[in-house]
Design a protein around this ligand. Sequence first.
Ligand code: NAD
Ligand code: ZN
Length: 359
Amino acid sequence: EQLFVNASLSSYPVYIGEGIRSRTGELLLSEAKGADKVFVITDSAVGPLYLEDVVQSFPDHVEIFTFTVESGEASKSFAEYERILTAMLESGLDRKSVVTALGGGVVGDLAGFAAATYMRGIPFVQMPTTLLAHDSSVGGKTGINHPLGKNMIGAFHQPSAVIYDVEMLQTLPDKEWRSGFAEMMKHAYIKDASFLEWLQRHITTIEDVKTSAVSMLKRSIQVKADVVALDERETGVRAHLNFGHTLGHAVENTAGYGKWAHGEAVAAGMLFAMQLSNEEGLSAWDTKKEKEWLLSLGYPLVMTELSADSLLRAMKKDKKTSAGVFTFVLVTEPGETITKQIPDETVHRLLESFIERGR
Ligand code: NAD
Ligand code: ZN
């Protein structure tokens, strides 16, 4: 199974299949011809499960280096980034070498940023191991966190290939399935009305997500790829991918990393954005029905430990707000997106009732 992503400066294949990690060597070398060194970055949860299979897939003439970071968002740090660059220099990587990210979005963003900046950019291959990483591995955004803000330091660097072994998803905890599925919902809401209709009819439990993962992945990646192809560097429509993320990021930051999985927070953010667009008279979402869908899938919508004030403050710090007005991505009907500036007071008032109704 193979999809293609076309970005303005590059085009790359997305291989999707059961067990294809054992073909990593062959698939990677078909894109990065002449690579004689491969530097595989993974995390402490994924490495013990899958790293050996990936390493074994390479022919003898390719030298393999491995680097393992702690599992979790905290690894997207300057300290870890520097340690990786040091190891890359010590390994003598050059412009023909390939950095490979074996992991979820954390490893993908961190490894991608290392690849983007080492010698001003060397080839990079994504091997997503989470459902969420179907989103993060496509599109070329890479980066790390700064103590003052998430994803604040980064670069655009497209992968040479994405190798998605869906067999690896089997070891994911339910929370991570839920997290990844939220980004699929997002793609459906913003760009694909018939996909949304299908999802709402067929996917009502986490078991349904697992059963239909592969077919949904292809469709969801296609949406992401289409949006990125139109706007590789996010000067326009690509911003619509931030649907649900204004509040989502604030929830993640305010609650402390790890409490809410990224997509769990985004799911709450999408519901909030739907209430906001209804309130602005721009849409007629049946928010009760939307909320029931999220609840049936197990999304946590209770944020009573968070206050409207603290969430508003966190949103202000996010890079997507400017000069005290919030620019929200709103979906006016399935597949139709706009951005709109919303005054503080409106956001604050709706947040209070959102928190109240989440109880
Ligand atoms: P993650 O990489 O932290 O993975 C989630 C958890 O699952 C981790 O504990 C990880 O160790 C574990 N894990 C990963 N694969 C596993 C497997 N196969 N079996 C068992 N456990 C496994 O998180 P994520 O949700 O994949 O990604 C979130 C990150 O992605 C955030 O940092 C976010 O900013 C970033 N992101 C980036 C983009 C982008 O365009 N670059 C888009 C969306 C999200
Ligand atoms: Zn996201």
